[in-house]
Design a protein around this ligand. Structure first.
Ligand code: G4P
Length: 279
């Protein structure tokens, strides 16, 4: 199955982001902590050049703690400030505010030297669909202002959300689409649920997940489903169907159902805190 996927309105979205990015000092890039590189659109480096930059590894409640540290170091080594976040947690979002001031301190000092006081830092949140941009903006702001949905910026007048005296946030996130030639990247994004499930063969995807978990997280499948995970990946899927009583007529294992179940368990963290790639 082919995991290539690239919607036609991409160019338009990038054009709109190019316009919006001119309005900000800081670009806050949201990535999925379970696959930070696969969920990163490389165009952002070009789009965000000359801007202060910050990476948020979001959904860190679902990712592997050890891998989180590796990814944090990876981005910090590139000179980008990194925050691990569960965007649904309003309290945790507070730490972003302090980090923003730290990242932009050069601008604050520059303004002060020029006698400009209290000019707020203007920030924009961006990322691929489903990484949690709307959730983040809503939590950050503490009320439901950000619109959910994946349509590229439909703003006419720009709305700024004042977070504090010193920070303003553009209320529409910059939406980038995933960009990949590498099949593995597509597979990881599909596992995360960032690619429309309707165009995906779930059994095939579940088999990829089984293969990865067998290799990188030994015992996770065996523990959760009480099956012998040393079997071939499709046999594991069948065993999961049997163990979860997902059966068709004649007691045949319903591997479609099992695939759905496993993907759902992975995405919702029921299999544990797992990361799909390492630096
Ligand atoms: P987007 O604007 O970037 O497209 O993403 P959005 O905020 O809509 O978030 C996509 C899904 O990810 C939502 O779940 C949201 O609740 C969830 N989410 C966002 N941040 C986090 C996080 O840090 N941790 C976890 N565990 N989940 C997060 P959903 O199931 O699509 O919607 P809902 O059931 O929450 O309404």
């Amino acid at each position: 199955m082919n995991y290539q996927w690239y919607p036609g309105h991409m160019t338009k979205a990038v054009r709109m982001m190019k316009e919006e990015i001119q309005l900000v000092d800081l670009v806050i890039e949201l990535l999925d902590a379970r696959a930070p590189l696969s969920s990163r659109n490389p165009d952002i480096d070009e789009l965000g050049k000359n801007k202060f930059r910050m990476v948020i590894l979001n959904k860190c409640d679902l990712s592997d703690k050890r891998a989180n540290e590796l990814w944090k170091t990876y981005f910090e080594d590139k000179g980008i400030a990194v925050i691990l976040l569960d965007a649904r947690n309003r309290g945790a979002v507070k730490k972003v505010e302090n980090a923003v001031r730290e990242v932009c301190k050069e601008k604050i000092e520059r303004d002060l030297k020029r006698g400009i006081k209290n000019r707020p830092i203007r920030a924009m949140v961006c990322g691929i669909p489903n990484v949690g941009k709307s959730t983040f903006i809503n939590s950050f702001v503490g009320r439901t202002t950000a619109k959910t949905g994946n349509k590229p910026g439909v703003t006419k007048g720009k709305q700024w959300i004042r977070l504090s005296q010193s920070i303003e946030l553009l209320d529409t996130p910059g939406i980038l689409w995933p960009k990949f030639e590498d099949q593995q990247v597509g597979i990881r994004l599909a596992m995360l649920g960032s690619i429309n499930d309707e165009i995906i063969d779930k059994q095939d995807l579940a088999c990829h997940l089984i293969e990865y978990l067998k290799e990188s997280y030994k015992g996770v499948i065996a523990d959760r489903y009480s099956v012998d995970e040393s079997l071939d990946k499709y046999a594991v899927l069948e065993a999961v169907a049997v163990s979860r009583k997902a059966l068709k007529k004649g007691d045949e294992p319903d591997t479609d159902k099992a695939a759905f179940l496993m993907l759902d368990d992975f995405r919702s963290g029921k299999m544990g805190m797992l990361t799909l790639e390492r630096p």
